[in-house]
Design a protein around this ligand. Sequence first.
Ligand code: PMP
Length: 330
Amino acid sequence: MRYAQSVVELVGNTPLVRLNSLTRGLRPLVLAKVEYVNPGGSVKDRIAVRMIDEAEASGALQPGGTIVEPTSGNTGVGLALVAQQRGYRCVFVCPDKVSEDKRNVLRAYGAEVVVCPTAVAPEDPNSYYSVSDRLVREIPKAWKPNQYANPANPASHYASTGPEIWADTEGRVTHFVAGVGTGGTISGTGRYLKEVSEGRVQVIGADPEGSVYSGGTGRPYLVEGVGEDFWPDAYDRTVADEIVAVSDSDSFEITRRLAREEGLLVGGSCGMAVAAALTVAERLTEDDVLVVLLPDGGRGYLSKIFSDTWMASYGFVSNEGSATVGDVLR
Ligand code: PMP
């Protein structure tokens, strides 16, 4: 019989799939690494397992302990599923701008969610930074993973994402493209691929226009999970050879095309990464193999990127232009 001992064993070993339609007319082989097949639905399951393993080993997380993290998204899901399997309590702190749907996902996995006002300064005692710090102080045996500064975040990608790409491409990968949020994915995977290829693999970061990684100041953008207004410790500035800035409009257009043309219903940071990958692919040859990482699935964005009304409200046009059944019957 072949089965996993628990859902935690299903994290990682995600597949590569060739992009065919979006890459028409381009020379290199472009492969997408599909992270939504992780049990929690995103690449963040990888860092959750490693951060918890290391905290158990160091004694920072003890039996019966509580995990406290300011997160509303993918990292919370990853932490919650590992925590429940190992008997830890999870308390996540998130700002009130986070949708009820996202909070309910975390609660569904058994986590507790504390909601804080968005419209207060970080030093305000009710801000989500202050509240998470207070909970860590007040809850006995509390531990805060802090994905932005935890070395286990890039280390998880060095140990899993990088070796998987190298093995699955039989060492023929020449370019790696990933979006940058905490920087863990690009730093860990990129460093592994550079080392194993003796510097041959080129590493390219994709960043929303306005974020610090591509020279911005943190100006707002709509794509979620990537870009920052500060430089996190998890980001190793020596790894990326190049950072490509992508507009929200291009990110969302490519996200919609990935669903419609490649059968990949994925999130907005995936469209952003693929947009950067296509820019890079234009200058490559038939001998190149480009791998682009797709961090999560698209179900969490149905009322945003995949809603024509929402897209139109921000002035994004969906140029699909197809007739609907309604048009035909009219
Ligand atoms: N896309 C999404 C949807 C994410 O949640 C994240 C993580 N913040 C990223 C991309 C970026 O990954 P990393 O934090 O490893 O840079």
